[in-house]
Design a protein around this ligand. Structure first.
Ligand SMILES: Nc1ncnc2c1ncn2[C@@H]1O[C@H](COP(=O)(O)OP(=O)(O)O)[C@@H](O)[C@H]1O
Ligand SMILES: [Mg+2]
Length: 516
């Protein structure tokens, strides 16, 4: 058998699967596309996570745009983190050009432009569905990790959540949390110490400083009502395709802390909400995180451990996470070791450090007699990649140099008018974008302090009147009819925050377990 025939046999054996698949291209040998050596991804192992790596311009974003399309076609919902703002075009049909024609001739395939069902999401004021979460949902454990607090400070945060639960003070946004923190350090100190023990002013000071730092990164837009229900990421469109949610986070590039805060909360929420699934034929949700180094580069050790744990566990919920990054070494080794699919676009060897990365990367791929992996990594053309994935038995498929298919949707952004069209027709925009002004800890504590001040004055001027049995200030606040109605509207939040303070986090259902 010639080398080419042996190669075709190896690829066909390696990439033939029993269950549903997505075709991503055809394998290449010695620079030549071999159309019959088709490369498929098995949907069954797509929850085993993945990595798309390579230098800028090599085709990373287009590769996962194309895979996202295949998933949508197979009724698998997708969430795309659009960091650079070049993914919204997935809602529009692609246009053919000479390069695509040549690529498809070599693949012996027909290029069929197509639109996909898309929802545009935002963490800020951009057009689209607003994603938010309340501080209560965030819970004390995650908040402690994201703020980088030590155990003593974490204890104070846990105590504040407990205090708010006990006194039915909803923590919706950071303003609420700051107000309680200030109260705990000043007027309320004696009251709290009587019930919960000593609270150091140094700790409340440090926590306050860190919360303000988070606020300065713009976290205010993210914390609050109406909180996003992660089930809405797993919708199927009316025509049976998986919805593709494009989260446009172009404005977060320079605010990595906010981005990782959001990511972690969302993954924790997904973990809490989704039931244990065992082995599914296809995933329930696939998340692509473009420019993923933003998540890892500023993460503390505690946060990295948290990400590591979530990635390990979320797989059993049928959720796969795909990191897209320039340098595969941006992803911590513990996470890298858990990734089932690897797509490596070209790397450039300018410096000694680059050559080390290339060597290490090559060693992380299955051994092959058909390629000199280390050399090939630097020679890959645009839209070509080295690929391996776990097969249905969990064994890595043979390494393949793949001429990737082209996204059938537009490889460019949407126009403003097109964005307006999507936003105006979105069911989710209607659900989430109304402004809710629920009264929460901030308003309630402010009312409490004002009432306490008014009482002191009233006591002085009306000391002759017969005194009723004295209510505590808090009882007075709680008995105030306005406050009562406020508390009713915030009732669900209180339940959540109770769960949050137990470390369960999020809209926890009875089936979910603590994973911290
Ligand atoms: N699979 C592909 N088919 C056709 N053209 C591609 C493909 N992948 C990449 N390209 C071309 O290369 C350009 C850069 O790709 P992109 O995915 O944005 O790179 P990266 O994300 O790695 O920086 C695209 O705009 C497109 O013109
Ligand atoms: Mg890109």
């Amino acid at each position: 058998m010639s080398n080419k025939d042996a190669f075709i046999t190896a690829i066909k054996n390696g990439y033939t699967f029993k269950g549903e698949t997505i075709k991503i291209g055809a394998a290449m040998l010695d620079g030549e596309v071999i159309p019959e050596a088709e490369i498929f991804l098995p949907l069954k192992t797509m929850n085993r996570h993945g990595l798309v790596a390579g230098a800028t311009g090599g085709g990373k974003t287009k590769s996962f745009q194309m895979i996202a399309e295949g998933l949508s076609d197979a009724s698998v919902p997708v969430l795309l983190m659009d960091i650079k703002g070049d993914l919204s075009g997935i809602a529009a049909a692609g246009t053919i050009n000479d390069k695509i024609t040549a690529r498809y001739q070599s693949l012996k395939m027909e290029y069929k432009p197509c639109t996909f069902p898309v929802d545009l999401l935002t963490l800020s004021q951009q057009k689209g569905v607003r994603l938010r979460a309340t501080v209560s949902e965030f819970g004390p454990v995650l908040l402690t990790k994201i703020l980088g607090l030590n155990d003593t400070q974490g204890g104070v945060v846990a105590m504040i959540f407990k205090y708010c639960d006990d006194h039915k003070l909803p923590l919706l946004d950071l303003k609420d949390f700051i107000k309680v923190l200030q109260y705990v350090g000043n007027e309320g100190k004696a009251e709290l110490q009587a019930t919960y023990g000593n609270i150091s002013t140094t700790s409340t000071g440090t926590i306050l400083r860190k919360v303000i730092e988070l606020q300065q990164q713009g976290a205010d837009v993210f914390f609050g009502e109406k909180s996003f229900e992660v089930e809405d990421l797993m919708r199927i469109s009316d025509d049976g395709r998986g919805m593709i949610s494009v989260l446009r986070v172009t404005d977060l590039q320079d605010r990595p802390k906010l981005f990782s805060t959001f990511m972690l909360q969302m993954l924790a929420e997904l973990y809490a909400v989704c039931p244990e699934e065992g082995d599914l034929d296809k995933p329930k949700l696939i998340i692509f995180i473009d420019e993923a180094h933003l998540i890892f580069q500023e993460a503390s050790k505690a946060l990295l451990e948290e990400i590591d744990t979530i990635i390990k566990l979320i797989r059993s919920k049928g959720i796969g996470i795909y990191f897209c990054t320039q340098n595969p070494m941006d992803v911590p080794a513990s996470v890298l070791g858990q990734l089932g699919l690897k797509i490596q676009h070209a790397l450039r060897a300018f410096t000694a450090a680059d050559r080390t990365v290339i060597k290490q990367t090559a060693q992380n791929y299955p051994e092959t007699t058909f390629y000199k992996t280390e050399d090939l990594i630097t020679q890959l053309g645009i839209g070509e990649a080295l690929v391996t994935i776990l097969n249905e038995k969990g064994i890595p498929t043979p390494l393949a140099h793949v001429m990737m298919c082209t996204p059938r949707s537009r490889m460019d952004v949407l126009t403003d008018a097109e964005i307006d069209g999507i936003v105006n027709h979105s069911k989710l925009v209607a659900k989430y974008n109304q402004v809710i002004n629920t009264s929460s800890a901030y308003e309630m504590l402010t009312a409490k302090l004002q009432q306490a001040a008014a009482n002191t004055q009233a006591n002085a001027t009306a000391s002759l009147k017969q005194a009723k049995p004295e209510e505590s200030t808090l009882e007075k606040v709680a008995n105030n009819t306005i406050v009562k109605s406020m508390m009713r509207t915030a009732g669900t939040t209180i339940v959540r925050s109770l769960l949050g303070s137990l470390g369960l986090g999020g809209r926890t259902r009875s089936s979910s377990k603590s994973w911290f």
